[in-house]
Design a protein around this ligand. Structure first.
Ligand code: ADP
Ligand code: 5GP
Length: 217
């Protein structure tokens, strides 16, 4: 019996230590509420590592360097592209945005779960490099809600706002590339849905290093 107890305990310990680091990708049209949901999710799961993007637009008044974005010049961004510093990059609503590759590699080595908040072009590139990623599309309850949210946020000029809405139309057609859709109608419910996806994915057997387990036990 003692032998079984020791073996069983070592198997339990093995599971505790052999969960793969997961990559959660949140995307969807501008103004749908991605940033709002992501901030709530990081409160719920403080151990999740947020991948801070590089970005060439100017900071909004409440945005902080290194927390919301790395704000860089166009020249700096272009040199980073040449030096292969990005896991993906895209021109989003007329500005460069990109996911620094070093952070992803570092955190994945440590087995941490990472969350990315990027546009659909970036999500497509991440899917090519990391097909095991978990892709979550945040959709608005209606076009009217999307327009109102963007207008209410008040961070874009009229021309920029039109560009974002124009892009939204193409973005929503890419839903087929995603694993999950969360409709952000009531914020609380949308956060609950993303939270549930994270919890469920963390419980999947496929997200454990079962191959190592078979070799060792
Ligand atoms: P994104 O990051 O997708 O561009 P934001 O998170 O900045 O969008 O949200 C855009 C605006 O919509 C913000 O003013 C935010 O407070 C508001 N918002 C987010 N979710 C909801 C919701 N469920 N209902 C109403 N307004 C929302
Ligand atoms: P905003 O300018 O409103 O902060 O962001 C505009 C859009 O750029 C959002 O859809 C946001 O998800 C996306 N975005 C932010 N960071 C990245 C990134 O690193 N790569 C890509 N492809 N898109 C990003």
């Amino acid at each position: 019996m003692k032998d079984k107890e020791v073996t069983f305990s070592s198997i339990c310990e093995f599971f505790r230590q052999n969960k793969k680091g997961l990559l959660f990708i949140i995307s969807g049209p501008s103004g749908v509420g991605k940033g709002t949901i992501r901030k709530e999710i990081l409160q719920i799961f403080p151990e999740l590592k947020y991948s801070v993007s590089a970005n060439t637009r100017s900071p909004r008044k409440d945005e902080q360097e290194g927390i919301d974005y790395y704000f860089v010049t166009k020249e700096k961004f272009e040199s980073m592209i040449r030096e292969n510093k990005f896991a993906e990059w895209a021109i989003v609503h007329g500005e460069y945005k990109g996911t620094p590759i070093d952070f992803l590699i570092e955190q994945r080595k440590k087995g941490s779960d990472i969350i990315l908040e990027i546009d659909v072009q970036g999500a497509r590139q991440i899917k090519e490099k990391f097909p095991e990623g978990i892709f979550i599309f945040i959709a608005p309850p209606s076009w009217k809600d999307l327009v109102e949210r963007l207008q209410k946020r008040g961070t874009e000029t009229k021309k920029d706002l039109e560009k974002r809405l124009d892009d939204a139309f193409n973005e929503i057609k890419q839903i087929g590339n995603y694993d999950y859709i969360v409709i952000n109608d009531e914020l609380e419910m949308a956060v609950k849905e993303v939270e549930s996806i994270i919890i469920a994915e963390r419980c999947k057997v496929a997200n454990y290093e079962i191959r190592n387990f078979r070799d060792r036990h």
